[in-house]
Design a protein around this ligand. Structure first.
Ligand code: NZQ
Ligand code: ZN
Length: 380
């Protein structure tokens, strides 16, 4: 087992009506709150009004920035930073899914340190300060509610990249599964794929840590268990709660401790290029990319695939059979598993390959080269 530091400062309130705790949570922050939201779902389903009511009860001035799009862009973050500066905000409240929360994290870094968002993300400058960040999650998927990561796109530079800082863990996250009852079926499928992909990214890091491996397998088996029932019963609170908790656990450090790196993330880096080129939902890019990556990397990860297969089935199975478990599961829940199912043509694969060749995405544990890109493309 590798040395590690377990650090997760986020306090998480989970369950029905946890929003009631928001006014108390804000007691020691300043008056001016920057509220970040997406493209309208929170208003449509009433979560927005509940949050506004709590902010008013806490006596706050609300400065609002809405319209954050899925696959969020750096330009929106910069616009919100300008608004934050104009109003000298004291804290940020993010109400939404991963896109809203990730943008709020980067707004925080850029505003508190007076630095450009993209320079921070490219690690050309280093933030050292933060303001308080409170998160109200409406979509179970990314795990951003309890980690220090954010992902943004920049269309000028043709990149979609992640940034991690210990300064970006939310202070408090509010997870009421009731807020996810309105998530449509396709986004629910995307969230399920994403949390499985995060579990797999952890597993394909290096080092031998049986407990972290067992956490991965437990999270995947739990998801296999509730997912089909949830997709037939989207308003079921208990099934939504199970999904919400697995999504948080998949990327809050639980599955990463003691490994050589905190996940591999090669598959994510490759898949982000599909979102960048065609604005494809994050989950859809992963159900297509993970099986292809596993097939292409099979010679390097054969033993790990067998170990994962054993943890999932209790039997010694072949590497290919482990890959088939995931491909079949994604297919069963209605997630795309082939490039063409994303509405793309086979000639679009060349565009994707060209962008990989330009940006050179690599894993943190399994380093990819140009031959690997060709192989992965052939399995898409
Ligand atoms: O924009 P609104 O109107 O809010 O609608 C959203 C959006 O259209 C909708 N939605 C959210 N909550 C809803 C809801 N609709 C009905 N009811 C609700 N309760 O869902 C759509 C997708 O939202 P989005 O926030 O984009 O989804 P998700 O949470 O999957 O976030 C995806 C983003 O997170 C990044 C991805 O790359 C992508 O940009 N990731 C962030 C990570 C992190 N910070 O740790 C790790 C992940 O691997 C991932 O890369
Ligand atoms: Zn992801």
């Amino acid at each position: 087992m590798e040395n590690f530091t377990a650090y997760n400062p986020t306090k998480l309130h989970f369950g029905k009506n946890v929003i009631e705790k928001l006014p108390d949570a804000l007691q020691n922050t300043g008056k001016n709150i920057l509220l970040i939201t997406g493209q309208g779902s929170v208003k449509k389903y009433g979560y927005y009004n509940q949050v506004i009511e709590k902010l008013q009860k806490a006596g706050k001035n609300i400065i609002e920035f809405s319209g954050i799009k899925p696959n969020p862009v750096v330009d929106d973050a910069e616009k919100a930073v300008a608004l934050a500066k104009k109003n000298q905000v004291d804290a940020i409240v993010a109400l939404g899914g991963g896109s809203v929360i990730d943008t709020a994290k980067m707004i925080n870094m850029a505003y508190a340190n007076d630095l450009p968002v993209w320079k921070i993300m490219k690690r050309e400058v280093e933030p050292v300060k933060r303001i308080p960040l409170f998160v109200i999650l409406t979509l179970a998927a990314t795990g951003t509610e309890m980690n220090g990561a954010a992902v943004l796109q920049n269309h000028q530079t043709q990149e979609k990249i992640g940034y991690f800082s210990p300064l970006m863990y939310p202070d408090i996250s509010f997870l009421d599964p009731t807020y996810t009852l309105s998530v449509p079926k396709n986004q629910t499928i995307n969230g399920i794929v994403d949390l499985i992909a995060h579990s797999l990214e952890a597993f394909f890091s290096g080092g031998a840590v049986p407990l972290s491996d067992r956490f991965v397998a437990a999270n995947i088996l739990e998801t296999f268990d509730y997912a089909p029932a949830l997709l037939n019963d989207l308003k079921n609170y208990d099934l939504r709660a199970r999904m919400m908790w697995t999504a948080t656990i998949a990327e809050n450090g639980t599955t990463m401790h003691g490994r050589t790196t905190s996940g591999d993330w090669g598959t994510h880096a490759l898949a982000h290029h599909i979102s960048l080129l065609w604005d494809t939902a994050h989950g859809e890019t992963l159900s297509v990319m993970f099986p292809a990556w596993m097939k292409a990397m099979r010679p390097k990860i054969k033993e790990r695939l067998q170990q994962l297969g054993f943890l999932l089935t209790g039997k010694s199975i072949k590497a290919d059979e482990t890959i088939a478990i995931f491909e079949e599961f994604f297919n069963k829940i209605g997630a795309p598993i082939r490039f063409e199912q994303l509405g793309l043509k086979s000639h679009d694969k060349q565009k994707l390959l060209n962008l990989w060749l330009k940006n050179k995405p690599i894993g943190m544990n399994i380093i990819l080269d140009e031959k690997d890109y060709q192989k992965i493309i052939s399995y898409l």
